[in-house]
Design a binder for this molecule. Sequence first.
Ligand code: NDP
Length: 337
Amino acid sequence: NRRIVLNSRPHGAPVPENFRLEKTEIPTVNAGEILLRTVYLSLDPYMRGRMNDSPSYAPPIAIGDVMVGGTVCRVMESQHSGFAKDDWVLANSGWQDYSVSDGTGLMLLDKHLEHPSWALGVLGMPGFTAYMGLLDIGQPREGETVVMAAATGAVGSVVGQIAKLKGCNVVGIAGGPEKCRVGVETFGFDACIDHYTDDFPNQLARACPQGIDVYFESVGGKVFDAVLPLLNVKARVPVCGLIAHYNDTELPPGPDRLGLLMQTLLIRRIKAQGFIIFEDYGSRYGEFATAMGPWVKEGKIKFLEDIVDGLENAPEALIGLLTGGNFGKLVIRAGNH
Ligand code: NDP
């Protein structure tokens, strides 16, 4: 059994030495328990925050503890009446090959799923985040302009496609020409702008001739700087993430633009609202599942994964996620079906 633990806390961007691979015996199962084999491990930006020893909405990972993470697992052995050998379950067993559970917090998945890993993506936490953030906070109306960054990622790609289903004009922002091409050709966005080009703020302005009514914020930094002047009166800004800042060790260099931000919010009467998906919307998961299941089945929402083989490659993949190295939802394939 291999597991990856937090070896030390990063200062700025994580480095491989912050992680340590350990080998242990495969755990044994007692009455009322099941043995899980991790098949897919989800890698998500929030994991960077858990590596810090600072107060947040969730406690930090302790040094020496297994890295946290959502997983799709096979039941290898069961002494629990609710689970049978070979069942698929959605778990939170973290960065390890095997784990033992008493069933708490597990969700049984359909045995015949075409893409079991999608339970970590469009049909799971990131899809739920896109759905609630856009529809409940963003409140997009037909004909409005919706903009989201990290537009080919797990959350962003779903935000943009739901906004299209609601009849909006959708402009994505993504890193590089290939991601932008996929944004338009695969996900059906009206435009997708590359934030690495020198001319990025002007290109974004040209793609949004009517201004921006909903900006789904996942990034911050230079992307938000380009968006701010384009926000319309009564724009809504669901604040979902600020990935450009997760590795920051101090406030960015000046000039201080807080006054500009607050003045823009005031004069244009903009609503910006942060949310943490399960804390704020946990009770509404059913609503999401009822809508998203059919959209995916009917091909109205498409989903792109970036699958990396081997648990040992998880540290490098997480480091890459924080600089745009992934193309689609980042998932580790830790074992065979
Ligand atoms: P993605 O699949 O979108 O992957 C992250 C993407 O962010 C990268 O591919 C890259 O896209 C972009 N990115 C990374 N680093 C930077 C940087 N320094 N500057 C600009 N862009 C960068 O991840 P998710 O869909 O899983 O997450 C998207 C956001 O949603 C994150 O901020 C995450 O924290 C947040 N989130 C919040 C939740 C909540 O409850 N509030 C729940 C789930 C996610 P590109 O190359 O296109 O720039």
